[in-house]
Design a protein around this ligand. Structure first.
Ligand code: NAD
Length: 363
């Protein structure tokens, strides 16, 4: 039976970059990939059409699909709406309804783009790490929470309260995702915690250590989060898979993405317990350049490669797409965001066409 994907272009540059990802899927389908593609609205365009950022029809299709490919949502036009109708609400809604708990963000520095990083090229050239972040637990969601009034040393004061909490099962399921991802890569997981101070993360470390028994070919190491933040800028190439909880992952994944220096190159995946996922570029809808045919479509195309790898379990097709992207970079083609002197400046469409040609040459 053909696998079903739901395509959501969204707002701003979303439709432009998605059109290029669709050309890539066209080639793969011509070469034998069987796939059913549906379409749906999310974000600002959904508000315009239906009054809702995450319409019921989109939810139905998303739940029925094997994977969802998303461009980007949002823009100034909708920022004035009540919070419930904002495009971002649609994004949170779809993530929640699909039960996505694992966020995978690769930070890859293509040797051709090493100079775009703010770090020295020799520190980042060839970098290829994967941050696996837990998305649904931790201090972001723990109860009790809030700002309350307490009597402290005889004075009444406001007190801010948040609760860091992880259950064993929540840790175990994210550990599995990290170990399985490492099996497809260099077989190394570094689990990041703060076990010297926080009991929650002592449990995190214990459960990762237990779960590692089931993956004898994967080497597990542990690192405290403050050291991990430092090591990411000192010697990032020491890492393969870096696994961590929600709050530490929030910070470390942004730090890691900046090592690459080019937001238009960064894909991401968010997965549920069964490998179903939502795949999207790390960047937003870039309203400042929308409609100009200058957005970089490579993060979108690389998100499509992640969809092929993690939800459709088609490693060969994923590699084909990634190799084609490498080839166009080798040829010196650059959209304006990654362009430098001596390179050939191309539009969104020309970049997509070049990836398609590179794919066709592989067949
Ligand atoms: P942004 O990522 O859209 O843009 C930041 C900067 O990077 C801009 O200068 C933009 O032109 C540039 N940029 C982003 N993607 C690019 C690409 N593919 N090629 C070339 N340049 C690119 O972030 P922002 O400006 O803070 O947000 C704009 C809108 O996107 C907001 O409405 C925000 O809420 C929304 N947003 C959506 C998502 C999402 O859909 N997942 C994520 C972040 C922001």
């Amino acid at each position: 039976m053909a696998q079903k994907i739901l395509v959501i272009s969204g707002d701003g540059i979303g439709p432009e970059i998605m059109a290029e990802a669709m050309k890539v899927l066209d080639v793969l389908q011509r070469d034998g990939l069987t796939l059913e593609r549906g379409e749906a609205l999310l974000g600002g365009c959904a508000v315009d059409a239906t009054g809702e950022p995450y319409p019921e029809a989109t939810k139905k299709k998303a739940l029925a699909a094997d994977a969802v490919l998303l461009g980007a949502v949002g823009g100034p036009k909708w920022d004035v709406l009540p919070r419930e109708q904002r495009p971002e609400k649609g994004l949170l809604g779809i993530r929640k309804s699909l039960g996505l708990f694992a966020n995978l963000r690769p930070a890859v520095v293509y040797p051709q783009l090493a100079e775009a990083s703010t770090l020295k090229p020799e520190i980042v050239a060839g970098l290829d790490i994967l941050i696996v972040r837990e998305l649904t637990g931790d201090i972001y969601f723990g109860e009790p929470r809030g700002i309350e009034t307490r009597d402290i040393d005889g004075t009444t004061q406001r007190v801010g309260v948040n609760t860091m909490i992880y259950s064993e099962s929540e840790i175990r399921r994210i550990a599995k995702v990290a170990f399985e991802a490492a099996q497809r890569r260099s077989q190394r997981v570094c689990s990041v915690d703060k076990m010297n101070v926080l009991e929650t993360t002592q449990l995190w470390r214990d459960v990762f250590t237990e779960e590692a028994q089931h993956y004898p070919n994967v080497q597990l190491s542990h690192m405290l989060v403050d050291n991990a933040a430092m090591q990411l800028v000192r010697n990032p190439k020491q890492f393969d898979v870096l696994a961590t909880g929600n709050i530490f992952g929030d910070i470390l994944s942004d730090e890691a993405s900046m090592l690459t220096g080019s937001i238009g190159m960064l894909p991401s995946a968010s997965l549920d317990e069964n490998g179903k996922g939502l795949y999207e570029p790390c960047h937003g809808s870039a309203p400042d350049i929308a409609g100009q045919n200058i957005a970089n479509p490579l993060a979108m195309i690389l998100s499509t490669a992640m969809l092929l790898r993690y939800s459709l379990k088609n490693e060969a097709a994923a590699r084909r797409v990634e190799t084609a992207v490498m080839e166009v970079l080798d040829r010196g083609l650059r959209t304006p965001d990654i362009w430098k002197e001596g390179m050939q400046k191309v539009s969104t469409k020309e970049m997509g066409d070049a990836v398609v040609q590179a794919l066709a040459r592989q067949a």
